[in-house]
Design a protein around this ligand. Structure first.
Ligand SMILES: Cc1cc2nc3c(=O)[nH]c(=O)nc-3n(C[C@H](O)[C@H](O)[C@H](O)COP(=O)(O)OP(=O)(O)OC[C@H]3O[C@@H](n4cnc5c(N)ncnc54)[C@H](O)[C@@H]3O)c2cc1C
Ligand code: SF4
Length: 333
């Protein structure tokens, strides 16, 4: 499958990139590592007039630790750099665990954290060639007006399938978005819409520039568990991130003092499991508590037939992985 023709723009600075975005907002796509954008362009899912290649902007790369103890990750930082960061592994292990499961080593060398956060949602009926989609009469997400997965409905249920966002949600990460109008910083949790087609709150003239991890989220135990078809290279079909903090001494040693659970690939947006903290905080972790949180996570998982595995299996694996990940984070398996 060939790439459609486009004009390649190669800014060297963030300001230059924002200028291009403002100028060509009607028909432009941002390219970071290109590991998702390029295959999608080959499938004619996107046929932009211009492609804005961020790779010449060194200011978007790298992990920085400002004096206030928080962490700033440039949007162009590769998933591999995050996976291999000793600092992140020591202080924010749920992120490095999730990063290590993304695709394959080659794709992690190319793919970036900004691209992972902004990743398009996926569906069996959408991630196909133009000819394939044409044969099915297209669908709501692109060029059509019906959903093959939920016929009769008007909503697109394509699944958000990035691995690092549920971990970032557990860390209460924020992202910086820059445009000609200025710079804004928002919680990552507010970035996703919950819709499969219009899945993120990002205007064509806007660029994600940085990810912030608060100092208060450092030191949590972190675990990520993922269901995929091919262990060596595949998007998640269900994913669970867990960040737990326990009291380390005194009469309360071992009791959970904070807990955050994030899930991915079973809804059109990654999300935190609300209520998980009520079941865990103030308690010791045991099989029963971990299973109750698993039930809660399964309850908010709404996978449909958007992938090769059945929705029932994916929801069940959210239940199982949540329980296992909580037990693992507590050092119990
Ligand atoms: C075979 C295969 C397996 C994969 N498996 C996984 C997997 O297991 N887990 C997973 O999470 N992903 C997986 N991916 C997807 C992809 O490799 C990763 O998500 C990667 O992190 C995407 O980053 P990128 O820089 O390559 O994004 P790109 O492809 O460059 O961009 C992805 C999207 O984000 C937008 N974008 C990128 N950067 C910015 C920015 N700074 N501001 C605004 N918009 C931006 C682009 O316009 C595009 O819409 C897989 C891909 C392939 C081909
Ligand atoms: S969930 Fe429905 S509308 Fe969305 S991509 Fe799949 S078939 Fe299309």
């Amino acid at each position: 499958m060939s790439l459609p023709a486009f004009k390649l723009l190669r800014p060297r600075t963030i300001d230059e990139a924002i200028g291009y975005l403002g100028q060509h907002a009607a028909n432009i796509r941002i390219l970071a590592g290109g590991t998702d954008l390029i295959p999608s362009m080959r499938q004619k899912l996107f046929e932009p007039e211009c492609v804005l290649d961020l790779r010449g902007i060194s200011a978007l790369c790298g992990v920085k630790m400002p004096a206030n103890g928080s962490v700033e990750i440039g949007a162009l930082t590769t998933i591999r750099a995050i996976e291999r960061s000793d600092f992140l592994r020591q202080h924010y292990p749920v992120l490095t665990e999730a990063a290590a499961t993304v695709a394959s080593p080659v794709l992690r060398n190319m793919g970036t954290i900004g691209g992972n956060i902004c990743l398009d949602t996926r569906c069996l009926w959408y991630n196909q060639s133009l000819t394939w989609r044409k044969g099915c009469g297209f669908c709501i997400k692109k060029d059509g007006d019906l959903c093959h997965v939920a016929p009769g409905g008007t909503k697109c249920w394509a699944a958000f399938s990035g691995d690092t966002p549920p971990a970032l949600l557990c860390l209460q990460a924020e992202i910086e978005i820059a445009s000609a109008a200025g710079v804004q910083r928002i919680p990552l949790a507010d970035f996703y819409t919950g819709l499969g087609d219009n899945y993120r709150k990002l205007q064509p003239s806007e660029l994600v520039t940085r990810v912030f991890l608060p100092a208060s989220s450092a030191g949590y135990r972190g675990v990520y568990r993922k269901l995929r078809v091919r262990g060596s290279i595949d998007y998640p079909l269900a994913g669970v991130a867990v960040a737990l903090k326990r009291a380390s001494n005194g009469r309360e040693a071992g009791l959970i003092t904070d807990a955050r659970i994030g899930i991915t690939a079973v809804n059109p947006a990654p999300m935190l499991v609300k209520g998980a903290e009520d079941l865990l905080i103030g308690n010791m972790v045991d099989e029963e508590t971990a299973a109750s949180v698993g039930d809660l996570a399964a309850k908010i998982s709404k996978p449909l037939t958007t992938s090769a595995l059945t929705p029932e299996y994916r929801r069940e694996m959210i239940r199982v992985f949540t329980k296992r990940a909580i037990l693992a984070a507590a050092g119990l398996n």
